[in-house]
Design a protein around this ligand. Structure first.
Ligand SMILES: [Zn+2]
Length: 112
């Protein structure tokens, strides 16, 4: 199976060439390291527009369970009531949005 062997060898050389010669921008790792990537591939690195609707895991102040909730940053800082998905108690969400449209703070507290 000389041809197969040659093919494998050529492939290996191609791979090693690609690794050696392909220019990878040195700042890629930094870009990915700077902001926590919650949904990889959603936002291109360096993109100025943050996702306005995000999914966050928050702890319930009543039962202590953590559940995922969707927050909307497009309308700015706000507070609202949402029922716990586990124990159905009304949780008050305090949502703070930074000037650049990113999430500054998200707190949950008992609404009663
Ligand atoms: Zn709960």
């Amino acid at each position: 199976m000389v041809r197969l062997w040659q093919l494998a060898r050529a492939q290996r050389e191609w791979v090693s060439n690609a690794v050696t010669h392909e220019e990878i921008p040195p700042d890629v790792d930094e870009l990915y390291g700077l902001e926590p990537v919650i949904e990889p591939g959603e936002a291109a690195p360096g993109s100025a527009a943050p996702e306005s609707v995000q999914s966050r895991a928050v702890p319930c102040p009543y039962c202590g369970e953590t559940f995922d909730t969707t927050i909307d940053l497009s309308s700015g800082s706000t507070s609202y009531i949402e029922d716990c998905q586990v124990c159905c108690q009304p949780i008050e969400f305090l949502l703070e949005v930074a000037e650049d449209g990113t999430l500054a703070n998200l707190e949950t507290r008992r609404g009663d």
